[in-house]
Design a protein around this ligand. Structure first.
Ligand code: PEP
Length: 249
């Protein structure tokens, strides 16, 4: 009942020329694939090339962050209205690399989510525990805290486009994946929290993606889980064949 979203996070990779090459190769591989929604999130500098490259296809273009102010003296930042004006439709918010290296907090995730939703963007809000938290049995608490704070003061109506990605930090770029059971359990915690905040009806429709070393050869076993509504893919999304293999698991 929930259409899966297959999302590529290119991180700080590819030039505009490399972006054009990717789309020339990728689009024929996913032509006619209507089962899922597909979004590619390149660096800001590739957005123009990506939008041109994806034109005429159903592949949407997102980015990897957004500032919460619409404009002003915020050197180096990009706002939601700026992204909308380019034709960007999705934005990743609160990725663990932003949390780990760039001071992202639960509160700034909340501000970014509000700005993205206000502008009509589809935010992909990332949550997930680090290894020490999992080993200490704190996984559920961490997910609950991240969700409650991220969703703070957002109405169910405003949050309609929200997507959540469960990304256990220990699985990102490490080649380790959560077992389908671990992922399904974490997704259930997130869905329960969404039900608390936004109501049961909203939670039943909420798409929760899994991210963390998804590859063509492990995508199917994860994606067939009823609780998993798609994938957020880093490393394996940089290669057109590999990302197409995941999309078409
Ligand atoms: C990510 O960056 O969101 C991610 C899941 O990376 P990888 O697929 O490389 O683990």
């Amino acid at each position: 009942m929930r259409t899966k979203l297959m999302a590529a996070n290119w991180k700080m990779n590819k030039t505009p020329d490399e972006t054009r090459v990717f789309f020339r190769e990728f689009l024929p591989l996913v032509a006619g694939h209507d089962r899922d929604e597909i979004v590619v999130c390149p660096p800001y500098t590739d957005v123009d090339a990506a939008i041109a490259g994806a034109r005429g296809s159903k592949v949407a273009i997102g980015v990897q962050n957004v500032h919460w102010k619409a404009d002003g003296a915020y050197t180096g930042e990009i706002s939601a209205p700026m992204l909308v004006s380019l034709g960007v439709t999705h934005v990743i918010v609160g990725h663990s690399e932003r949390r780990q290296y760039f001071g992202e907090t639960d509160d700034t995730v909340n501000l970014r989510l509000k700005a993205a939703l206000e502008a009509g963007l589809t935010p992909i809000c990332c949550v997930g525990e680090v290894l020490e938290e999992r080993e200490a049995g704190l996984c559920d608490d961490v997910l609950r805290r991240q969700c409650v704070r991220a969703f703070h003061a957002i109405s169910a109506k405003k949050a309609a486009k929200l997507v959540v990605a469960y990304e256990p930090v220990w699985a990102i770029g490490t080649g380790k994946t959560a077992t389908p059971e671990m992922a399904a359990e974490a997704h259930a915690v997130i869905r329960r929290e969404a039900a608390e905040v936004f109501g049961e009806e909203f939670a039943a429709k909420l798409r929760i993606l899994y991210g963390g070393s998804v590859k063509p050869d492990n995508a199917a076993v994860l994606m067939v889980q009823e609780e998993i509504d798609g994938a957020l893919v880093g490393g394996a999304s940089l290669d057109a064949k590999s990302f197409a293999g995941i999309v078409k698991y």
